[in-house]
Design a protein around this ligand. Structure first.
Ligand code: CO
Length: 135
């Protein structure tokens, strides 16, 4: 069992400020972290809730993965992220079970975490992110 926690659920939005304000007013949840992740073409905010987080994502340009997602599918669930303790071992396990990986090597994501994405065709049309977190 290498995925041991739900790290975050990510929702793509057009307007990050408006989405943060909605979450604050509607659910009383404030962003605990906000960051531009240039390598992924997004600005993201993390909202801690329980032992996990909601991540709100907005594209830096229309010509980026999240920009294209919004164009094609509109706002909504973008990916779910599982916490893992050994990213290389997790990727090797997935590859060995025939799972299609977007990232065969870890890369650096928001918060400086080592992350990798698993192709949505591998499970229920849902993009899955693995985030390496020291337990
Ligand atoms: Co994410």
């Amino acid at each position: 069992m290498f995925a041991y926690n739900l790290h975050h659920v990510a929702i793509a939005v057009h307007d990050l400020d408006a989405a943060l304000e909605s979450h604050r007013l509607q659910y009383g949840i404030e962003a605990s972290h906000r960051e531009v992740v240039s390598s992924q073409g997004v600005e993201e905010a993390m909202l801690s809730i329980g032992g996990s987080s909601v991540q709100l994502l907005t594209p830096l340009s229309a010509d980026s993965p999240v920009g294209r997602f919004l164009e094609k599918r509109g706002e909504g669930l973008h990916h779910i992220a599982y916490a893992v303790s050994d990213l290389e071992a997790s990727l090797a396990h997935l590859a060995a079970t025939g799972v299609r990986l977007i990232d065969t090597e870890p890369r650096i994501g928001g918060g400086g975490h080592r992350i990798a994405f698993v192709h949505p065709s591998s499970f229920g049309g849902t993009l899955i992110e693995l985030v390496e977190v020291v337990r």
